[in-house]
Design a binder for this molecule. Structure first.
Ligand SMILES: *[C@@H]1O[C@H](CO)[C@@H](O)[C@H](O)[C@H]1NC(C)=O
Ligand SMILES: *[C@@H]1O[C@H](CO)[C@@H](O)[C@H](O)[C@H]1NC(C)=O
Ligand SMILES: *[C@@H]1O[C@H](CO)[C@@H](O)[C@H](O)[C@H]1NC(C)=O
Length: 370
């Protein structure tokens, strides 16, 4: 397992490499080491795992992180609105691609309907967001709303550059999507007897997601990078639902079903659409590996949050009144829901260079080079 978590980078099989070594050296290696040539921008959609500050601009939202101790390890100790002690996975992935981390859409001045800004990528992700419009309604940009905003960016680009150039730019860009956890949390929180079975609920999520992904495809998305849900039952907020402090079994089961549903949806979409490529990151198996074998990855605390209050620091969010740990690198979780920057950085290494069962059918390095 360890070897596939941090695999060596194999570009081609040995025989291919040896037969055309000079060709590779000259033509292939530069695009591998830089990547910017193939991926001009990243457009990010999703929830708090990749929000770079959109919720700062939603006055009525309670789902915010633009105050200490968030950002304690961010350059300048700045609380940017990221739900992390430092950078998040969107930042680390942009770095890997040789790009600036895309700015939050809502931070762009409204007069900035500017080709240059949009061409460099935009982050639409918003803390609390879900596939369903009803998930944290009014508190965030739902995925549907994020796609609407992307459509207006598309409109701005198309007017300036024309449809053909716009499509070409977007088809080479990485379209990142990190969504599903909040819908699952919402489902498992409501314990009415009349609720759908987990499988029925997941089927309805995947049904809604199908239309959302098709909309993105119709707006030019061709390189889709999708992050499935992690072992949500093991995050501190869910562990304290279990008297033993162990993971909450039912929500983990929901996450497994969701990941199965999304990865088969992507497989079907690719076979139907032909010109779409994707990379699916199974955050469940990757994060579970850390939780089950912490010492192998230099973690000492996989249960408690670093920042918070109460049992496992999971009773209260990371607020200015909360306490926080000094050894952030040793913790898997920053607060009761979110990973530390250290965890996000390690996960992004797998996203970029890893392989099955963590990321498939290709990793993001390979997706970039399609
Ligand atoms: C969700 O909201 C969007 C607008 O943001 C709307 O277009 C869509 O029809 C809504 N979906 C449902 C299922 O109500
Ligand atoms: C930019 O302008 C175009 C054309 O006027 C419009 O369709 C689009 O909605 C605008 N986009 C944004 C983000 O304001
Ligand atoms: C709590 O953890 C135990 C041990 O892993 C497990 O058997 C039990 O099902 C869990 N309870 C809940 C509510 O998830």
């Amino acid at each position: 397992m360890a070897s596939s978590l941090f695999p060596a980078v194999h570009c081609f099989s040995y025989s291919t490499v040896s037969c055309c070594f000079f060709f590779l050296l000259f033509f292939y290696f530069p695009s591998v080491s830089h990547g910017q040539n193939t991926v001009p921008a990243m457009y990010m959609f999703g929830d708090s795992l990749v929000d770079a500050g959109n919720n700062n601009h939603i006055p009525l939202s309670l789902i915010k992180a633009d105050f200490p101790h968030n950002g304690v390890d961010y350059p300048g100790r700045k609380a940017t609105g990221r739900f992390s002690n430092g950078k998040n996975a969107a930042d680390f992935l942009a770095e890997k691609l040789g790009l600036q981390s895309p700015p939050p859409y809502l931070s762009l001045p409204s007069s900035s309907n500017a080709t240059d800004t949009f061409l460099r990528g935009v982050n639409f992700a918003s803390g609390g967001a879900g596939i369903l419009n009803t998930t944290h309604k009014g508190q965030c940009l739902t995925l549907d709303r994020q796609i609407e905003l992307f459509s207006s960016v598309y409109g701005g680009l198309a007017q300036q550059l024309g449809g053909v150039e716009t499509q070409k730019h977007l088809s080479q860009s990485i379209i990142g999507i990190v969504i599903g956890s909040n819908d699952l949390f919402g489902y498992f929180k409501s314990d009415s007897d009349s609720r759908a079975t987990p499988q029925q609920f997941i089927d309805s999520l995947v049904f809604t997601l199908t239309a959302q992904l098709k909309r993105l495809y119709n707006l030019g998305a061709r390189k889709i990078f999708f992050v499935g849900t992690g072992p949500i039952g093991c995050c501190p907020s869910q562990r304290i639902q279990n008297k033993t402090g162990d993971c909450h079994v039912e929500s983990n089961y929901g996450s497994i079903l969701y990941n199965q549903g999304v990865s088969s949806l992507l497989r079907v979409m690719k076979s139907e659409l032909g010109d779409m490529s994707y990379s699916f990151f199974n955050a469940y198996s990757a994060l579970m590996e850390y939780i089950q074998n912490p010492s192998k990855y230099e973690f000492t605390e996989v249960k408690a949050a670093c920042c918070g209050l109460g049992n496992l620091n999971a009773k209260v969010a990371c607020l200015p009144i909360s306490s926080y740990c000094s050894n952030r690198r040793d913790y898997v979780f920053w607060d009761f829901y979110h990973p530390t920057a250290a965890t996000s950085r390690m996960l992004t290494n797998i996203i970029f260079d890893g392989s099955h069962p963590y990321v498939y059918p290709v990793n993001v390095r390979q997706l970039a080079d399609v």
